[in-house]
Design a protein. Sequence first.
Length: 215
Amino acid sequence: MKCECGCGQETQLGRRFRWGHNLRVQPTTPARGPRRKRGTPWVSLPCACGCGRNAHPGNRFVHGHNVRGVSQLESQRRNIARAKLGDANPMKRTCLRENKAREMRDNWQREDFVRKQMQARGIVPNKVEVELLRLLGPDWKFVGDGQLIIGGKCPDFANVNGKKELIELFGRYWHKPEEEQPRIDHFSEFGFRTLVIWEEELQDEQKLLERVRVF
């Protein structure tokens, strides 16, 4: 089709203008008013879209209102609507969801992927973990920031004296009692012994240290 600016040149399929030719027939954005003098207060003006709301001082539009009134071709609107109907919508495709879920499950089994995820989140020991680490002494190290990945899982503390022993610190807000044994069984598959400590056990330090000693 011919460019609507009147130049007589052909446009790409589905386009009304050649690149840049729409400016020949459509006015550009009007220039702003005089610049604010230094020291004078900002003035909030009504939004230029005509909604009646005041824009942020220094702006002509309320956020997002600058696109109001922008026309689209009827064919474009139909194509956008058609792309979101039924199986054509990527979010409604069962096979796509299943493939994406399978891909994420496989990724979380890779040590390099899990380590990058943990490091990207900037995980550092919280107050309870710092307190427990103080009680455990130099034989234990905090590895909950992704330093040690075992079968896609990241324990909280690991023994640094060559023993395959782990400690998991559980909080009542984040964990449930039924999660304790599956965690122990998971690490045992890789030859690790796991001790689960609940945060309220830190209130009795002597009893906790005795439990760690006989572990």
